[in-house]
Write a protein that binds this ligand. Structure first.
Ligand code: 5GP
Ligand code: MN
Length: 347
């Protein structure tokens, strides 16, 4: 039945959210560190909906820069980037009446903004699809059986149609982009409700081909060549662990004029190998090595990231950080951690 495929959203919670939006003057919408398509799709989609439904604007803030290929979405040029516009962002957060947090489950994912958000007197709303959300919000929409925060937002806004709020075209484009990127173009975490959302948005005339072009087919030549190099020279396969590990060091980044988001999707590639069930991309960053993990088997990379790599995420897609290990030593460190984890897991 069609109704079984629609995500059930509690109508009372939607009503509370709607009332809060109606009564709030200053509204801030916040995304997470290393903003991805889901994050930017959610915050721009939400902002456009608030504008059209309530006639007010929301201030969008992300902790750090986001990739150029996401800038085709509505009003991305007005997103405040905390690392560059600290005082403006802090002023907006500390004077807000309402803060909407999207696509993250722990305030630590907002980096330097976490304490200011926690300390703000504003009412807080969380819209997220990660497991075990931190309890900091007054209104929580949290679902893990959904493709993306963008899809969850879609079902919340569909429920709000009952209250008279229509979903504008820009919101449809943004939320479709968020869902498409988080599912890796309908490959992972796709539910019947996801196709239903896609179908409803397609029916509304959103240009899916354009979105596809912007996201999938707009690599720079450097980015494409970097992808080739990573697979050819920077990937180690550990057959007994069913794992593949790629390391992206700073010198390689420099050589290929690395820009934010250039390595997006690389970590998925080794999973195309038949007997590889884990893939890791370890990227040298400022003061730490960023860990990006994917799994196509039963083992939870969320658990692995929580236990060993100061992070978390979903069962099959997670991330974290390694501190105090050099890029030269990180392959060994990672291999040891993975062996230990798999030992515990199979014990
Ligand atoms: P990615 O590998 O694309 O950076 O992240 C994959 C997933 O892991 C995302 O859904 C994201 O929410 C989560 N994730 C990435 N980095 C971190 C991190 O440092 N901490 C936590 N808790 N989750 C992360
Ligand atoms: Mn997401």
């Amino acid at each position: 039945m069609l109704s079984d495929r629609v995500m059930k959203i509690d109508s009372k919670t939607v009503g509370d959210f709607y009332s809060l939006l109606s009564s709030s003057g200053k509204i801030v919408i916040i995304g997470h560190h290393n903003p991805d398509g889901d994050c930017i799709g959610c915050i721009t989609g939400m902002e456009a909906w608030i504008e059209s439904s309530f006639g007010k604007s929301g201030t969008m803030i992300v902790p750090d820069n986001f990739p150029d290929y996401l800038k085709f979405m509505y009003s991305t040029d007005s997103i405040l980037v905390y690392s560059r516009q600290k005082s403006q962002a802090e002023e907006a957060i500390s004077t807000a009446d309402l803060i909407i947090c999207m696509d993250f489950s722990a305030l630590s994912r907002t980096e330097g903004m976490a304490d200011i958000i926690r300390g703000s007197k504003a009412k807080k709303v969380l819209i997220d699809h990660h497991p075990s959300p931190e309890q900091f919000a007054d209104i929580v929409f949290s679902e893990t059986e959904v493709s993306s925060a963008a899809e969850l937002t879609w079902w919340i806004l569909k429920a709000a149609e009952e209250l008279g709020a229509q979903i504008p075209f820009q919101t449809k484009t943004s939320l479709y982009t968020g869902m498409m990127t988080d599912t890796n173009n309908f490959c992972n975490s796709v539910f019947p409700s996801t196709f239903l959302m896609a179908s409803q948005i397609a029916e509304a005339g959103v240009d899916r081909e354009k979105i596809q072009m912007e996201i999938m087919n707009s690599f720079s030549e450097d980015r494409m060549r970097l992808m080739g190099l990573m697979l050819k020279e920077k990937m180690t396969v550990y057959p007994d662990l069913k794992a593949a590990v790629m390391i992206l060091d700073q010198a390689t980044k420099d050589l290929y004029n690395y820009c934010d988001g250039d390595s997006e999707g690389f970590v998925n590639l080794p999973l195309k190998i038949k007997n590889v069930e884990f893939s890791a991309l370890l990227t040298q960053s400022n003061g730490y090595i960023k860990v990006s993990l994917r799994s196509k088997g039963a083992v939870s990379v969320n658990r692995l990231c929580r236990m060993y790599f100061n992070g978390g995420g979903h069962e099959r897609a997670a991330g974290g950080r390694i501190y105090d290990v050099s890029v030269e030593e990180v392959a060994d460190y990672f291999e040891k951690s993975l062996r230990q984890f798999l030992g515990e897991f199979s014990a």
